[in-house]
Design a protein. Structure first.
Length: 330
């Protein structure tokens, strides 16, 4: 993890260059605003270039930003969030073990509802069911949102479905791709996983202190690693073009805000209804239910209002699934 002060200096430098995008910013002005010596400005510009920013150096007069960088720093995201609570506190890391781990720690330390942690790269990204999440540097979005909902821990499944719908809406609206949700929260394009959600919480004695919704999106990966190619993909691979991670991240945080308010105001049935409309897995899908003990075949029968997936097993009995893993039977 880079030192916090490095994060802040880079954020300040981007903010200044973006604000003055069409003009040349004198080196001494950059130095004083980001709080470094004049001699060090060149090194900071080099760091920013390494992060993908296109900066033109004008001999004797200063630096000019040629292209808005696609870096998920607060100065690129927060001005677009308006009054949203989600993202009002936004903590950015260039490199971190896991944004979910950081967010859980912050939640325990009292971080406010809506506090969001985002990273360019994760060295120990975590997936569901003890898996790892491949988190290639500057290619994906790795974000964790802290919520403090006035619910009991039993509401965690509906929050997960809410995150799935918010992510599905964001990705399909921006890319125009057909994005499906495999219960409970895998986002698929052409049958392969493009994003996933990890919900974790801190709770005690029936009281929910905080929920951390961690979202990983494969955005601009040019190729997935060999062991994932069969099951995972990226937006870029599927659409044959790169996407702005900043734009997707802004839209995602806004959709989370919108669906969280829908949940508070209209209840879990409203989320279940949106989820059913967004997923081909909701009704009439032939599925294989995977568990430690056995694999069973069933057909989906819709969600109940708590977010559990009703399944009719081939032997005729019905069950509401609250957690676990399913796959499509083709
Ligand atoms: C899954 O589908 O298994 C869930 C993947 C969740 C990955 C995200 S990336 C951001 C956040 N931090 C993590 O360590 N995991 C989640």
């Amino acid at each position: 993890m880079l030192a916090d002060t490095t994060e802040r200096k880079i954020d300040k430098m981007i903010r200044l260059l973006v604000k003055n995008a069409t003009v040349v910013v004198p080196g001494p002005k950059l130095a004083s605003q980001i709080g470094v010596t004049r001699a060090a400005v060149g090194l900071w510009v080099k760091t920013l270039r390494e992060l993908g920013a296109e900066i033109k150096g004008h001999v004797g007069s200063g630096y000019q930003l040629m292209k808005i960088p696609d870096i998920l720093v607060p100065s690129m995201i927060q001005p677009e969030l308006g009054e949203s609570e989600i993202g009002r506190v936004l903590i950015h890391y260039f490199r971190i073990d896991s944004t979910n781990t950081a967010a859980l720690y912050l939640a325990q330390a009292g971080a406010k509802h809506g506090t969001t942690v985002v990273a360019e790269e994760q060295t120990a990204g975590r997936g569901r069911l003890g898996r790892t999440w491949y988190s290639e540097k500057s290619r994906g979005i790795y974000v964790s949102i802290i919520l403090r909902p006035p619910f009991s821990p039993s509401a965690a499944p509906i929050l997960t479905l809410m995150a799935g719908v918010a992510t599905q809406q964001t990705l399909s609206a921006i890319t125009g791709l057909s994005v499906d949700i495999r219960w409970p929260n895998d986002l698929l394009v052409n049958g392969k996983k493009v994003a996933g959600i990890l919900t974790e919480m801190s709770a005690e004695l029936g009281r929910l202190h905080a929920v951390v919704l961690g979202v990983g999106i494969n955005v601009n990966h040019i190729e997935m690693p060999a062991e994932l190619k069969r099951t995972a993909t990226s937006l870029r691979i599927e659409s044959q073009k790169p996407w702005s991670r900043v734009q997707i991240c802004i839209a995602l945080l806004k959709e989370f805000e919108r669906y969280y308010h829908l949940l508070l105001e209209s209840g879990s049935a409203a989320i279940a209804e949106r989820w059913e409309a967004a997923s081909t897995y909701a009704k009439g899908k032939r599925i294989r239910i995977l568990s430690a003990e056995a694999e069973c075949l069933a057909t989906t029968m819709g969600l109940d209002s708590s977010g559990a997936l009703r399944a009719r097993y081939d032997d005729g009995h019905e069950e509401a699934l609250v957690a676990g893993e399913i796959t499509e039977v083709k």
